[in-house]
Design a protein around this ligand. Sequence first.
Ligand code: PLP
Length: 400
Amino acid sequence: MGTTTNHGFNTQAIHAGQEPDPLTGAVIPPIYQTSTFVQDGINVLRNGHEYSRGSNPTRSGFETQLTVLETGHAGFAFASGIAAEDALLRAVLEPGDHIVLGSDGYGGTNRLINRLHGKWGITNTPVDITDLAAVQAAVQPGKTALLWVETPSNPLLGIADVAGWAGIAHAAGALLVVDNTFATPFLQRPLTLGADVVVHSTTKYIGGHSDVLGGAVVVADRAFRGQELAEAVGFQQFAGGAVAGPQDCFLAARGLKTLGLRMERHCSNAAAIADWLQGREEISTVLYPGLETHPGHELAKAQSNGFGGIVSMQFAGGEAAARAFAESTKLFALSVSLGGVESLVCYSAEMTHASVIGTPLAVPRNLVRLSVGIEQVEDLIADLQLGLAAARAASLQRAA
Ligand SMILES: *Cc1c(COP(=O)(O)O)cnc(C)c1O
């Protein structure tokens, strides 16, 4: 690969797995839009490529790029974040296994584990991600195979102690999986904190432009149940087939090159907005790990290089105010998803987390989540003012 471990993050992001094309000198590696590869004799493969479900050079380049940035041993790209998670679960679990699952997390992960893997006898215990004693108490010795956590979490932006979770997992002979979608490897590298596996929705910050779906699994150099993790996940990718296509890998790789620059701006815009929101009477709570008042602030500072681009807030005027806000901003587009250059607003309870309505995992109904983009922050704040005016009007109307 074109980089060394001495290179900094942005150098690796641009060069790892992304060498110029040896055949033509094209600075940007081509999109190898092919299903199959010619063989120089029966089973005599050029550079190891046989069929694009098994491997494709565009995909391999992106997998290397992300693996280097996560300090992993091997990485695997999938058609979506959920496809990546599904492949990981199938690769390492056996029927009857138990998962300790962070309770504040992506609604689709919960749905996948409960509704699809539940059918195969997989059980789980949801736990408060900030309470290591609760995590320990949820472990079922001999039965718990995985601990799974997202940090910062979605949408409450709780911070989990990754090293603490890893200690509990390893003492139980289980693996720790960290969903690093919100933080990205620019802000946090869970494998260096003891996690065994990182999963990503590359749809979000890694792609970064809301124009591609994708997912990835990056594993440490570790064995589980007598099998190398890289081998288990690699076989699942090939045999299960939920791979990312070459166009999608090209877009994800292009996005990943500017991740560092974008994250710096996401973080500074989000910090300015969190600060500004804190002084508003319409808002009862601002949830952002960068605020000194956030319960996970010190931990976030210790285990990551920044606090991310997601800000959640709760409205003093309740559900009506939250809904009015979410439907009134102009630059902040009402939409699920996050991590693109453009700002988005989401009413989590009924959008991203509709699948957990009526359960203990349901999101507060006065909460709105912002994915703060990289626009001019003054314009974003002016736009939030529109939303707050609508929230105020909705509260007054309800009071009248
Ligand atoms: C979006 C998301 C996923 C799922 O990824 P898809 O690409 O939508 O399948 C998983 N985890 C987190 C934290 C996400 O934000």
